[in-house]
Structures are given as C-alpha cells and as structure tokens.
Design a protein around this ligand. Structure first.
Ligand SMILES: *Cc1c(COP(=O)(O)O)cnc(C)c1O
Length: 357
C-alpha cells in the first residue's frame, strides 16, 4: 500500500477547543465546515460532542452529514440557506441559521415551521462580504422579532483582518458592531480564531473558532497564545527510492534543483495530488526520521524529493513528515506562499487515521 498517511490527534483537538472556549470566556461553536478543515467532520464532531456547545458548517449538506451521524448538538449554518426550500430541512433537523440578506428574511416570513427558528442575524461591520448594512440592521431585526415562528436572534459579525495584529480594522469593526447592537439585548458572536487568539477584548457570548481547533496559528510569527495550540493533523509518507548523484546533476521536472555536491536524494510518496503545495521551493522544511530536512526539486503529482545527504542513517522506508508535529503547517504555508487554511482543507487521497478517541 502507498505509505502516505494523515494521523489525526483527537486529544489535541479537544485541548484546542478548550483553549478556544477559555479565551472566549463563554460558549464556542466548533467550526467543522469543509470536512473539519480536512480532518473529517463526523469524527471531529464526535470527539468534541461532549465538550462543545455546538458546531458550525457552511451549508445544509454539511449539517445533514453530522445529523445523519447522530450528532444532536446545535449546528449553525454560517451562510444560512441558499434556497428557500431548505427551510423545511432546517426545521426538520433543528438547525440554527445565519441570516445575511433581506431575501432570506422574506423567505423566513413565508415559512411555517413546526418549531420556531433560532437565527443569527449578521451585521456587515466592514468585511463587505455577507451581512446587512448597519443602516438596515435594526429594521430587519424588528421584522424577525415580530414573527411568531422566530424564537431567538443572536447578533453576529465577522472580522476581515483579525490576523493582522497591528491593523486598526478589527477595532473599527468592533466599534460599529457595538454601536449597532449594544442596546438590542441580544446574545452576540464576533470572534473567529485570529480574534480569539489576538484580540482578547473583542469577545461576545459565542466564539466561532475554526483554524485554531486544528492547532494551526493564523499569525505569521510566534505568538504567546497561539503557541499553546497543539497540531492535530500530521501528514507523513515514506522514502520509496534513493538516488546517489554526483555534483551538478539535475533533479526532477524542470531541473529546478541541481546538486551542489555528491548527494543522496530520497523520493517520497507524496505529491500535489495529495494536497502538498506544488510550488514549495527548494529548502522547504520536512522532517526525516524525526530530524529536520529539506525538500529539493519540484514537487510532482505523486512524489517529491528530499535531500538525504546529511541523513546517512536514512534510506528506503524512512519516514518523512510533510507537516504536523515537527513541521508546523503554518511554517510550511509561509515557505510555500500558501495558507494553513488551504493546506489543511486541500488534503486529498491520503487515508486518515485517528488517535485519542
Ligand atoms: C469559517 C468561519 C469561521 C472560522 O474562522 P477561523 O478563522 O477558521 O477560525 C468563523 N466565522 C465564520 C462566519 C466563518 O465563515
């Protein structure tokens, strides 16, 4: 069997969830959209179910997958519904729903659910993606509150630049949110991972941690709180071929690396079809049998090459970590001009196994 593997540490996931809730101070919805950022939504939700106040996903398909797996906790649809007929399923499966636009309010008005809805009314405080404009927010809230089939409304917003710790934008967004929502007597929800980790004064009743649950930092450098996160996914594979080469020999497609000395090159069963970044440069960190090593040559679809010259004990069958406990996914993201979000979500073809159930 091909030796590429992703090991998912559910104990680390629970540790990170507890840290998120401690930072937020109150309740936290574990964001498990996009198959829990590539970690497996059902397995992660089950591992968190006894701790988590609820879950958040991007769409009803993702919510139904969790319900079908027996997850009973609250589940929030972060973009609400895309078509009005989803409201019947939202009712039947007891889902919470973000309301981000006027047409959704019209559809909710026409619905006749068996149980009243719990809605999260989204304010566009400056991200300018989804949400109601500040000028329209109160009127929309009043419309919803006048409907007998609306039970609770939570006021929410989303930060655009909370990962930039020197940007004034988060405080501006927060100020607008408070200006619009403070007198409304609603529960509030503001924080994604970067806000939880980096903006301790920007919290509401409900935090919405995603990336940090999986142990990756959203920041470009070291950070005292983010450094307490534990990586959840470790991606490894093995050396399946070794080449002894003289100095001056090219390696792989495009001859992007040319040996500078007599070299031993290891071929590893991992490529961009697995989600490893195709354009990771020469020198990108890997870990070879637990010791720091380097990628050399261009990444192929199914294979990549590493320099074994300074790893005399390594050879056929040696284990190579691509990201995880030794090479953090955020570090790999920095090297490959990518993001930890995309690397984690982009894992494909690699079988996952789980520890710490
Ligand atoms: C994805 C998402 C989150 C989680 O963001 P992270 O940066 O991964 O913590 C929170 N809120 C909303 C609305 C989202 O779409």
């Amino acid at each position: 069997m091909r030796p590429a593997r992703a090991l998912i540490d559910l104990t680390a996931l629970r540790h990170n969830y507890r840290l998120a809730r401690e930072l937020g101070g109150r309740k936290a919805l574990a964001v498990v959209k996009a198959d829990a950022y590539g970690h497996g939504a059902v397995r992660c939700a089950r591992a968190l179910e006894s701790d988590a106040d609820g879950f958040a996903v991007a769409c009803i398909e993702e919510a139904l997958e969790l319900r079908e797996a027996g997850i009973r906790a609250p589940i929030l649809l972060l973009e609400g519904f895309f078509e009005a007929d989803e409201l019947a399923l939202i009712d039947a499966h007891d889902l919470w729903c973000v309301v981000q636009a006027e047409w959704q309010i019209d559809a909710i008005e026409r619905a006749r659910p068996a149980k009243p809805f719990t809605l999260w009314l989204k304010l566009d405080s400056g991200m300018h993606r989804l949400g109601l404009a500040a000028a329209d927010y109160r009127a929309s809230l009043q419309r919803l509150q006048a409907m007998p089939h609306v039970r609770d409304v939570v006021a929410m917003t989303h930060f655009a630049r909370a990962d930039e710790l020197d940007s004034a934008r988060t405080d501006e967004q927060r100020a607008l949110f408070h200006q619009v929502c403070d007198e409304l007597h609603l529960a509030t929800s503001l924080s994604n991972s970067p806000a939880l980790l980096g903006w301790p004064t920007a919290q509401g009743e409900w935090a919405r941690p995603g990336l940090m649950l999986y142990g990756a930092t959203p920041f470009a450098g070291p950070h005292p709180v983010a450094d307490r996160l534990q990586p959840v996914m470790t991606v490894t594979s093995k050396v399946i071929g070794v080449r002894e080469l003289a100095a001056g020999e090219p390696i792989g497609y495009g001859a992007r690396f040319i040996t500078r000395r007599p070299s031993r090159i290891g071929v590893v069963a991992m490529g961009y079809a697995d989600g490893y970044p195709q354009f990771a440069p020469n020198g990108t960190p890997v870990s070879i049998d637990g010791r720091p090593g380097e990628l050399v040559g261009r990444v192929s679809m199914d294979m990549l090459t590493v320099d074994l010259t300074d790893h005399p004990a390594a050879g056929l069958g040696s284990e190579v970590e691509l990201w995880g406990r030794q090479v953090s996914v955020s570090e790999l993201a920095l090297h490959s001009d990518n993001s930890a979000y995309q690397l984690l979500c982009g894992l494909k073809r690699v079988p996952r196994s789980y520890v710490g159930e």
